[in-house]
Write a protein that binds this ligand. Structure first.
Ligand SMILES: Nc1ncnc2c1ncn2[C@@H]1O[C@H](COP(=O)(O)OP(=O)(O)OP(=O)(O)O)[C@@H](O)[C@H]1O
Ligand SMILES: [Mg+2]
Length: 249
């Protein structure tokens, strides 16, 4: 079963249709990349999966999105749907809290864990994003003091802390240097064991380095999806070929 499935999914802002009848499945235990020209609908697609797109004025959609077979459109409590799906944004966002409280933001909201469990969770999440050794002596200090690359790893730790089944990342490395980018790519490969990771990237080399499957979108449509090497080396669609050879986008 696919971890995430879009079925005849279309979305508009006002009258402008920005996603057009998308049918696509994303697997668990794997990294999928979404690439395509600016404005083609990549962010809208991610934000539809965790139901934050509907916070935008004029947003409306039809079709269905299922997570492990269950429709996210039908759930009564939207925060339950959002909990299954972690999201990391382009600009590293550290909440105006300590390092520790950044990780615990979600777990405190949902409640139900003891102090010892929360402490263990902080360490576990920070280890998973290879940040523990760098911050273990300053867990109580403001997260704003961390570097951009550290903040982005912290944002991933915060997303992991509610034990999502799906992790969405919207150009997570675009403001980072090559070393921080390399670190994040490495940890995404480790995290993909047991998780469905979907990453939007403008960096085709990044898609090629880490994604098992790649989706190419253009003008709100899914043009092609397949094993990453196939899209790079032997795309089926002429538009994909043009994009990957740098002719459009
Ligand atoms: N809140 C909004 N209100 C109205 N139109 C919007 C809104 N957000 C996005 N759009 C429009 O929807 C289309 C898709 O935008 P989206 O942000 O999903 O594209 P994208 O592929 O993520 O682009 P980029 O690569 O530049 O981030 C664009 O035409 C954009 O102008
Ligand atoms: Mg975007």
């Amino acid at each position: 079963m696919n971890a995430v499935e879009l079925i005849g999914f279309s979305a508009s802002y006002g009258r402008k249709e920005v996603l057009k009848n998308i049918n696509i499945g994303f697997k668990s235990n794997s990294i999928s990349a979404i690439v395509g020209p600016s404005g083609c609908g990549k962010t809208t697609l991610l934000r539809s999966i965790n139901r934050t797109a509907e916070l935008e004025r004029g947003f409306n959609c039809r079709g269905d999105i299922r997570i492990f077979g269950q429709s996210v459109m039908e759930v009564k409590n939207v925060s339950t749907a959002r909990r299954q799906v972690g999201m990391v944004y382009q600009t590293p966002v550290a909440l105006p809290l300590s390092v520790k409280e950044n990780v615990l933001f979600g777990p405190r909201y949902y409640g139900g864990k003891s102090r010892a469990e929360l402490d263990a969770l902080v360490e576990d999440c920070l280890r998973r994003v290879a940040l523990w050794d760098e911050v273990k002596d300053r867990l109580k200090q403001p997260a704003s003091q961390l570097s951009g690359g550290q903040k982005q790893r912290l944002a991933i730790a915060r997303a992991l802390a509610v034990e999502p089944q799906v992790l969405l990342l919207d150009e997570p490395c675009s403001s980072l240097d090559p070393a921080s980018t390399g670190l994040i790519e490495e940890l995404l490969e480790e995290l993909a064991v047991g998780l469905c990771v979907i990453i939007v990237t403008h960096n085709l080399f990044q898609a090629r380095r880490i994604a098992d499957e790649t989706v190419f979108m253009m003008d709100g449509q899914m043009i092609e999806k397949g094993p990453t090497s196939k899209l790079f080396l032997a795309p089926s669609d002429e538009k994909t070929r043009s994009f990957f050879s740098g002719l459009v986008g």
